[in-house]
Design a protein around this ligand. Structure first.
Ligand code: HEC
Ligand code: HEC
Length: 264
């Protein structure tokens, strides 16, 4: 069904509110209405070109993009602080929108949208996914304090091997593991395991951020959660090991691309 060209987001907003009324819920408070209206405006001008007016990930620009913009209707998000399979909390979505996702077309809006606009667009995005009405918010995982002494790289390499990261990311982390060529995301699209030497980490590469990625997994992608299969100590070992694989781009510039350094 093609939506009319006039103010599709207002229609959507109407649909959201009607749905709430049809479910016999209390009338939507006015400040919530104002927030959703602001969210609709921000979404229409800054997000719909990629994520689509209906939140289906099919904006005009989407066809040319890889990875594809998220289809919000499913309510599955990769970059969360909550356990595998659970909904993200608002601050997760806000962080993604403010910082963007390096290595993808998803821009960071931190400098362009003010605090209220960020809050508003997050609420608007959530309204596309019925899951947010049906399920309680996810349970945020705990990130333990950094170990006092950085774990030895050997221990990290061993934990990386034991955990089976190499089956996708490759024995040395180049994204060329035996399973990598056949990997699909939950929409059935081919997806590659990250090259841990060169490619950006979308959820951040600070130790705590990598810890979070390994504990939560990336929902919708084949990257699993290691919450139950690795101890906190082992996760820290892997985190420091993964960080040791990456070289700052300055070194790239000075000493050439790492592809030339196969003697690693
Ligand atoms: C130029 C295209 C583009 C624009 C504009 C854009 N996005 Fe995205 N967005 C993407 C892509 C591509 C992804 C998927 C990245 C991936 O799968 O790792 C994404 C993913 C997301 C995600 C999912 C993160 C997760 O945890 O799975 C959210 C939320 C999001 N965008 C919100 C927004 C909002 C809100 C706006 C507008 C303020 C916006 N995006 C504008 C391209 C865009
Ligand atoms: C079954 C395959 C598979 C296994 C096993 C796996 N990964 Fe991944 N991993 C992926 C895929 C696929 C992606 C890319 C997801 C995407 O593009 O959205 C990824 C992404 C990542 C990222 C980037 C996250 C970001 O913020 O962008 C890191 C870091 C990572 N994996 C580390 C590991 C480590 C360490 C292990 C072992 C403890 C591991 N992975 C095990 C498939 C796997």
């Amino acid at each position: 069904m093609a939506l009319p060209r006039t103010s599709p987001s207002t229609l959507l907003l109407g649909a959201v509110l009607c749905a709430a009324t049809a479910r016999g819920e209390a009338p939507v408070p006015l400040d919530r209405l104002a927030l959703m209206e602001l969210g609709a405006r921000v979404y229409r001008s800054s997000c719909a070109s990629c994520h689509g007016f209906r939140g289906d990930g099919e904006g005009q620009a989407a066809r040319a993009l890889s990875p594809k913009p998220r289809d919000f209707r499913r309510g599955a998000f990769k970059f969360r602080s909550t356990r595998s399979g659970e909904l993200p909390v608002d601050s997760d979505l806000r962080r993604t929108v403010a910082r963007g996702l390096p290595g993808t077309s998803m821009p960071g809006f931190g400098g362009r949208l003010d605090e209220r606009e960020l809050d508003a667009v997050v609420q608007y995005v959530k309204a596309f996914a019925p899951r947010f009405d049906e399920e309680p918010p996810g349970f945020q995982v705990e990130i333990p304090p950094l170990p006092e002494n950085p774990p030895a790289p050997d221990a990290g390499a061993a934990a990386y091997e034991r955990a089976g990261c190499g089956s996708c990311h490759g024995a040395t982390g180049r994204g060329d593991g035996p399973s990598s060529p056949g990997l699909l995301d939950d929409d059935g699209r081919p997806i590659k395991a990250r090259d841990l030497w060169r490619e950006a980490f979308r959820a951040g590469d600070a130790p705590e951020e990598l810890f979070r990625t390994l504990v939560t997994g990336l929902d919708g992608a084949p990257m699993p959660s290691y919450r139950d299969s690795l101890t906190d100590e082992e996760i820290w070992q892997v985190v420091f090991y993964v960080r040791s694989l990456k070289r700052p781009s300055l070194l790239h510039a000075l000493f050439g691309a790492r592809e030339d350094q196969e003697d690693w």
